[in-house]
Write a protein that binds this ligand. Structure first.
Ligand code: BTN
Length: 255
């Protein structure tokens, strides 16, 4: 029915017209043993969620609301690499198929003109040193007009349509993302993380760039100095010390 050009990704696809969250369904399916590459898709989510338990607006037919079940044979601490891989996939698809230029904001936001157009929610079930499954949730705003975007997030959220003045086929975008994802994932298994990192750096912060960082504890300015093997953000502080951050909100530093 979907006519995908993939070999394992999407071998099983569950499509719902409306559901609270594809992420919740994906967890259930994974626990019941659904295979690597299973996809859960919805036209609409009634309680979509983002990182840090934030609400994720997912209105009917306006974007991609999808969760991918993966069973990677990697160590649990490397799972954030999959978030970075997914971010590069989304950025590449936008770059190749639209007139706008995507940027990746660590760890998981795809921005256009500094406003968020897509986000990734990676959740993992692991026991000791073994991953049972990883769910990659992808939310991508595609055909919302400015009026469709809730007023309280208009200053930071956008859609491909708002930024490019073009409408896109959601179905075609799903195809593009899944095909690109499968290629990137297969190549990651063979070539490892360095290749993902190289691609990420094409769309992400540039080394040497000033960023402003908010963690639970404090807020400070620093210099972006790369991504670590485990997906952590590396920043150089004023005193020259390199800090590794696993969870933080980043902004470009404005004078
Ligand atoms: C974020 O930027 O905070 C992540 C957003 C992830 C949203 C997607 S939409 C499909 C899947 N189902 C959810 O409830 N959330 C993810």
């Amino acid at each position: 029915k979907w006519g995908l050009n993939t070999s394992w990704l999407g071998s099983k696809i569950i499509h719902k017209e409306s559901t609270p969250s594809t992420q919740v369904i994906a967890h259930q399916l994974a626990q019941e043993g659904s295979p690597h590459g299973t996809i859960v898709l919805a036209d609409e989510q009634t309680s979509g969620r983002g990182r840090l338990n934030r609400e994720w607006f997912s209105s009917k037919g306006k974007g991609i609301w999808m969760s991918i079940i993966l069973r990677p044979e990697i160590l649990p601490y490397l799972a954030p690499q999959l978030t970075l891989l997914t971010a590069t996939v989304l950025a590449e698809v936008v770059q190749k198929n639209t007139t706008v230029t995507p940027m990746i904001k660590w760890p998981n936001d795809i921005l256009i003109n500094k406003k968020k157009t897509a986000g990734i929610l990676t959740e993992m079930q692991a026991e000791q040193d073994q991953i049972q499954y990883v769910i990659i949730g992808i939310g991508m705003n595609i055909n919302q007009t400015k009026e469709d975007i809730p007023i309280e997030i208009q200053s930071k959220a956008t859609s491909l349509r708002v930024e490019s003045s073009e409408k896109h086929s959601i179905k075609q975008f799903i195809h593009l993302i899944l095909e690109e994802f499968e290629k990137a994932y297969d190549s990651y298994l063979i070539n490892g993380f360095p290749e993902v990192k190289k691609k990420w750096e094409r769309y992400g912060f540039k080394i040497g760039e000033s960023i402003s960082i908010t963690t639970l504890r404090d807020q400070f300015q620093a210099i972006f100095s790369g991504i670590a093997e485990d997906g952590a953000l590396l920043v150089k502080q004023k005193d020259g010390e390199i800090k590794k951050l696993y969870s933080a909100e980043i902004e470009w530093f404005k004078d």
